[in-house]
Each structure stands twice: as structure tokens, then as C-alpha cells.
Ligand binder design. Structure first.
Ligand code: OSB
Ligand code: MG
Length: 369
């Protein structure tokens, strides 16, 4: 496989609904779309870095810089026997996993299209549908939160995740439990607490949550291990897992019982497969996280979620929750049983509507041999 041309687009799309986490509220999403051409086919990737360095240190601007100045020169015109060789080709560049993943994932899509196979099959997945959950941001009132939960349950989603932070946690969870009973429920703190909050977080144990995601510092493993010993509720790590190395450390010291896989955080599909396999060896289930991706990134997530150890519903929801219209046709839709079906056409298996990308483009560059 050889990439002969790479086009990058910095795009901005308004979100259908605002999204608030412990680090702030956003109304739109800025991201890079990567288009790679080779052998008459085009593959697509999406960089999940956002405008601000709040979830991770990468931003769309750092990703643009790293892609154009380092990664594109390492990938363009190079003969790869398989897309799994792309990430190792970037080894000289430390970190910047989101920038690496954007180009690496586009290469997987291109390879799958050239092979006339659905991406899921090239990745080694076997599911034909994936279980879908939602991530509900912090709301202005408990009533608003309850209404959001009601709407998502009515739509058929298989589990509800709610964002928490100090001041929006126990009471919010209690109100959802009171109104909706024993629904599959979990929380995500996006690193808003410290070990000094252990006793406070232990109150959540009585609400039978599926897990508590990333309660402590975004780069921590050891405090999470201490916290996990004091909690009955499983801890799931998100931000803290950014290399195979620190995933091994987290699993070894018992910092979590579940891991959220986001290919952008760990450097792409090949690294995600390795993380998935590592978790399986440790008997730790995984689920697919979300980064408010457009249909391009979400389609990648759907294909990756077909691997065996993705046994829990992911943050991979229908297009209409994020963007209207989405950048793909047909849009991602939820089936009445709370699943999303995996496309069977080659590559991502959907049409990327480039005219919609054009309209949302704020910056573009074409890089050829
Ligand atoms: O922590 O999982 C997170 C969105 C942006 C940044 C971080 C996170 C999230 C979500 C949204 O929870 C999940 C989705 O795409 O629906
Ligand atoms: Mg998270």
C-alpha cells in the first residue's frame, strides 16, 4: 500500500446540543479530516484533538503542525505492506497520538477499500452489530438531566453515562436512580477529583454503577489503584491510558477493572488492537469511547468495536445526537434494539459527503510526492 496524496482539512461543525464536562462546555467541534489517496481509492481519517488542550495536551493546531511537518513526510509515497506498519514508522515522533491516529486510521480505510473488504474484517472484528450507549454532559438542572436520560432511554440506548464533577455528582446520580430505577448507569469524572475525595466517591458505591470513569488525575495510575481498593464500583480508565506501556502498568497494579479504548488517545487502530488484546489477556473488558466525532471518526469506532473483547456498550451513538447533517451518508442510526449495524461495504462502508466537508473547511492543504 502506498499513499500518493494527502489532503488535510481543518473543519468546524456546530453540535446539535452543547456538551459539558468537568473541564468546560462546548457548542461546536473543531477537528482535522485526513484524506489519503492511493491506487485510485481514497481513505478517510479524523483527528479527535479539539480546539483546546483540555481533554488532552493535543489541539487541532498542534496536530496540524505535527502532521504537516513530521508525519506526512514519514507516510507519503512510502510502500507499506500493511497499515499496521504505519504507526511504527512514526516512532521517531514522541507522543502526538491523535495526530498519528488520524493519518494511520485513514491508511487502514484506504487499505480496506483497496482490498474490497469492510474495515471491521481487516481489523479482525466479527460482530455485525455493536451495542450503543450515550454520554450525557453536565446539565443546568437535575430536571434537565432527567429529561435527557428519559429521551435517550426512549430512543433505545443500552446504557447511560453521565458526566460528574464536584458539586454535580452524588445528588445527580441519586436523582437519576430515583427516577429511572435499575438502568445500566455509569459516571465519567474526566479527572475532576483527587485521592482526598476517596470517601466522597465511595458514597457512589451504593448506587450500583457499572463503573466510574477516570475519577483522578489524567496521567495517574497509582492513586487510581489505591482508590480502586477502597471502592466496590469498578474504575474504568480513559485519559490515563495513552501507551501500551502505561496500560500494562495500570493492569498490573490494579488501577482499573475496565478500560475505555479511543484510538486517537493511543495512536490509531493497530495500537488499539494491541490494547484490546492486552486487556483480554488480563481478563479486563473494554468498550469504545467517543470524542464527539463526525461520522468519519465514528465509523472507524464502529468497525473497531466489532473485536471480541468490546463487551460493554460504547459511547458510539447516532449521528443525530451530534451533527445535522453528519459528514457521511447514510448517517449512523440506532436500531430499535439499541444497537448500530456495521456496514459491510469496503472500508468505512459509507459515503463521505465531501461537499459538506468543503462547506465546513477553515483551512486546507494538499501534500503530494
Ligand atoms: O471523556 O469520554 C470522554 C467527549 C469529549 C472528550 C472526552 C469524552 C467525551 C465523551 C463523549 O464522553 C462521548 C461521545 O462521543 O458521545
Ligand atoms: Mg471519558
Amino acid at each position: 500500500m502506498r499513499i500518493n496524496r494527502i489532503e488535510l482539512r481543518l473543519v468546524r461543525l456546530p453540535l446539535v446540543q452543547f456538551f459539558e464536562t468537568s473541564f468546560g462546555r462546548i457548542h461546536d467541534r473543531e477537528f482535522i479530516v485526513v484524506m489519503v489517496d492511493g491506487d485510485g481509492q481514497r481513505g478517510y481519517g479524523e483527528c479527535v484533538a479539539d480546539r483546546d488542550p483540555f481533554y488532552s495536551s493535543e489541539t487541532s493546531k498542534t496536530a496540524w503542525h505535527i502532521l504537516t511537518d513530521y508525519l506526512v513526510p514519514l507516510g507519503l509515497g512510502v510502500e507499506f505492506s500493511h497499515p499496521r506498519d504505519v504507526f511504527p514508522a512514526f516512532a521517531q515522533v514522541r507522543g502526538h497520538n491523535m495526530a498519528k491516529a488520524a493519518l494511520e486510521m485513514a491508511a487502514w480505510d484506504l487499505y480496506a477499500r483497496q482490498s474490497s473488504l469492510p474495515l471491521s474484517q481487516v481489523l479482525g472484528g466479527s460482530r455485525t452489530t455493536i451495542a450503543s450507549g450515550v454520554s450525557i454532559g453536565i446539565q443546568d438542572s437535575l430536571e434537565q438531566l432527567g429529561d435527557k436520560v428519559a429521551a435517550e432511554l426512549a430512543a433505545g440506548y443500552k446504557r447511560i453515562k453521565m458526566k460528574i464533577k464536584p458539586g454535580w455528582d452524588i445528588e445527580a446520580v441519586a436523582s437519576v436512580r430515583q427516577r429511572f430505577g435499575g438502568i445500566p448507569l455509569m459516571v465519567d469524572a474526566n479527572a475532576a477529583y483527587t485521592l482526598a475525595d476517596a470517601e466522597h466517591l465511595a458514597i457512589l458505591d451504593q448506587y450500583d454503577l457499572m463503573m466510574i470513569e477516570q475519577p483522578l488525575h489524567y496521567d495517574d495510575v497509582h492513586d487510581h489503584a489505591q482508590l480502586q481498593r477502597r471502592l466496590r464500583t469498578p474504575i474504568c480508565l480513559d485519559e490515563s491510558i495513552h501507551t501500551l506501556h502505561n496500560a500494562t502498568e495500570a493492569l498490573t497494579v490494579g488501577a482499573c477493572r475496565i478500560i475505555n479504548i479511543k484510538p486517537g488517545r493511543i495512536g490509531g487502530h493497530a495500537q488499539s488492537i494491541r490494547l484490546h488484546d492486552l486487556c483480554a489477556e488480563h481478563g479486563v473488558p473494554v468498550w469504545h469511547g467517543g470524542m464527539l466525532e463526525s461520522g468519519i471518526g465514528r465509523m472507524h469506532n464502529i468497525h473497531l468495536s466489532t473485536l471480541q473483547n468490546f463487551t460493554l456498550p460504547g459511547d458510539v451513538s447516532a449521528s443525530c445526537r451530534y451533527f445535522e447533517p453528519d459528514l457521511i451518508e447514510p448517517p449512523v442510526e440506532l436500531q430499535s434494539d439499541g444497537t448500530i449495524s456495521v456496514p459491510t461495504l469496503p472500508g468505512l462502508g459509507v459515503t463521505v459527503v465531501e461537499e459538506r466537508i468543503d462547506r465546513a473547511t477553515e483551512r486546507a492543504v494538499i501534500l503530494g510526492p
